[in-house]
Ligand binder design. Sequence first.
Ligand SMILES: [Zn+2]
Length: 288
Amino acid sequence: MLTCNYLGRFAPSPTGALHAGSLATALGSWLHARAHNGKWLLRIEDLDLPRCIPGADKMIIQQLMACGLEWDGDIEYQSKRTAFYQSALNELINSQKSFACRCTRKQIEDALLSLGHKKQRHEELMYPGTCRDKKDIVEPCAWRLRVDDEDLRKTVGDFVLRRADGIFTYQLAVVVDDALQGITHIVRGADLLDNTPRQIYLQKQLGYKQPQYLHLPLVLDENNEKLSKQTLAKAIHTDSPENCLKALQAAAKHLGLNDERLYQENASRVSKWLEIAIENYRAILKSE
Ligand SMILES: [Zn+2]
């Protein structure tokens, strides 16, 4: 593990190449780390393999390199770290903080309806605690976290740590990785904001230190929707230094960087441009 006062990270899922939105997040977290003289790690979140696109990790890596967003240390792949997630889950099971659940989506919906809850619009259902006190464990089953926090119970309930198909969830993996890698600052897109209370709660259950969080505004398309694979966001072009600069300029504009030198027609080389961007970002941090 790298020892450093500031350790940040960028953790893309390899579900496609970087688009304007994910580049803005990458640049934002990179600048935040560099402006603090910190280190910045790269982690590929490839646990949900069916959603991953073969080769997307290589594309992302190439795009980051072309844009000069270099990382420190080795790239970590979550798919190679499942032993860590299992051991954290075991710890929670042994301390009775996690329980087995075989409820189907339909059963959870019915349980919620019988409790007087309306159908929820979000994809994720608030879990009403049905299996909390069941003693028999029949595989395959999901493992959920026993949630005793009032607010979290109302919003998500006992959330899943490992799915019945054996895949560890984003919530568990990200919390374990951030803790084991010693991440001190998490700078990410605002779309992940509603995950943060769950992750902080899980950190507490595992006795982990809580990192600092900063959520960046999302880049929206003309329909005011978040840029994503689902909304067919276009990959940024990084095939030439000029295109990299264009993509970086758009990301910088989104982040509110205002140094004119960043937007000149003939902006200098990528490395020089990034130096100016760090300077600009530091000035913004100081003025806050
Ligand atoms: Zn259940």
